[in-house]
Design a protein around this ligand. Structure first.
Ligand SMILES: C[S@@+](CC[C@H](N)C(=O)[O-])C[C@H]1O[C@@H](n2cnc3c(N)ncnc32)[C@H](O)[C@@H]1O
Length: 261
C-alpha cells in the first residue's frame, strides 16, 4: 500500500464506533481485558519520570494507553501552547500542563465521550486551569492555524484511516518551527489485508499501523522535516494475536520528532 489514505474492508463508521467502544472501556474500566497494556508500570517502563507521574491524577495514569514516551523530544517550555491529538484520559496533557506552567496552555482533543468526561473531571478536581479538553476529530481540529508550539500524540494516529489528513492538520496547527513530537505504532512490512481488514485489531492499535517509510513520507509531505525517530523496544502487545502480528510484520512502537517547515 503506497496510498496515504488507507482503503479499509470495513465501513469507516464501523471503525469509529469500535474505537469509541474500546476507549470508552479504557476510560471506565482500565483493569479489563485488552490487547495492549495500560497504566503506571507501562508509563514508567516507556520512560516517564516517576516524579512527574506523582504530580498528576492517578486515575489518568490508570487509563494511560499510550505506546511510547516523547517528552524528551518535545522539550516543552514554560509559556508554550501544546495540542494533544487523541488526549484520552489526559495523562500526557496533565504532564504538559506542568511543563508549560500558568503562562502556557494545553488543549486535548478526543472523539470519545467517556475519555473526555473522565479527563475533564480529573482536570477540574485537580484544578488544572491551563488545560482544556475538546470533543473533535484529529483530522479536523477546531483551532486556528499556527496555534501550537508543540503538537503531541500518543498511540493515536495509527487508528486513523486518513493519516495524511492528521499530519496535514498537525502541520496547520503548528507555528513555523513548531515541534511535532509523538509516539505511535508502525510496521516494518506492509500488513496484509486480513489484518488491515480486522476492525478489532485496528481498534487495538495494530491493524491501522502504516509501513514506516510510508508513515515518514506522509509526515514530510505534510510540510514537516523529520529530525529523530526512535524505536521503543520496551513497548509490547499482550494478546497472542497481537504478539503474532508484531513478530511477523515488525509491528512496533516509535517516538519521533518532526519540525514544521
Ligand atoms: C490508544 S488511545 C491513547 C489515548 C492517550 N493518548 C493515552 O496515551 O492514553 C487512543 C485515543 O485516541 C482517540 N481517537 C482515536 N481516533 C481518533 C480520531 N480520529 N479523532 C479523535 N480522537 C481519536 C480515542 O478516542 C482514544 O481516546
Amino acid at each position: 500500500m503506497n496510498s496515504a489514505t488507507t482503503t479499509t474492508a470495513f465501513d469507516p463508521r464501523e471503525l469509529e464506533s469500535k474505537v469509541q467502544d474500546m476507549y470508552r472501556d479504557v476510560a471506565r474500566d482500565p483493569t479489563g481485558d485488552f490487547h495492549f497494556e495500560m497504566g503506571r508500570a507501562l508509563a514508567e517502563r516507556l520512560g516517564y519520570d516517576p516524579a512527574e507521574l506523582d504530580r498528576i491524577p492517578a486515575e489518568a495514569i490508570d487509563s494511560f494507553a499510550g505506546v511510547g514516551h516523547f517528552f524528551h523530544l518535545a522539550a516543552v517550555k514554560p509559556g508554550e501552547t501544546v495540542i494533544d491529538l487523541g488526549s484520552g484520559s489526559g495523562m500526557d496533557a496533565f504532564i504538559a500542563a506542568f511543563k508549560v506552567g500558568e503562562g502556557g496552555r494545553v488543549i486535548g482533543v478526543d472523539m470519545t465521550d467517556a475519555q473526555l468526561e473522565k479527563a475533564e473531571k480529573l482536570r477540574k478536581d485537580a484544578g488544572f486551569g491551563n488545560v482544556t479538553f475538546e470533543k473533535g476529530y484529529i483530522e479536523e481540529v477546531s483551532q486556528p492555524n499556527g496555534t501550537a508550539d508543540v503538537v503531541i500524540s500518543n498511540g493515536v494516529v495509527n487508528l486513523s484511516p486518513t493519516k495524511d489528513r492528521v499530519f496535514r492538520e498537525a502541520a496547520r496547527l503548528l507555528k513555523p518551527g513548531g515541534r511535532f513530537a509523538i509516539s505511535d505504532i508502525v510496521t516494518e512490512t506492509q500488513l496484509p489485508d486480513t489484518i488491515v481488514g480486522n476492525s478489532t485489531l485496528w481498534a487495538a492499535c495494530i491493524g491501522g499501523a502504516a509501513q514506516q517509510e510510508n508513515y515518514r513520507s506522509m509526515i514530510e509531505a505534510a510540510g514537516m522535516r523529520m529530525e529523530t525517530v526512535e524505536d521503543n523496544t520496551s513497548y509490547r502487545f499482550i494478546s497472542e494475536n497481537a504478539q503474532g502480528a508484531s513478530r511477523k510484520f515488525g509491528v512496533k512502537s516509535v517516538s519521533l520528532l518532526a519540525i514544521k517547515r
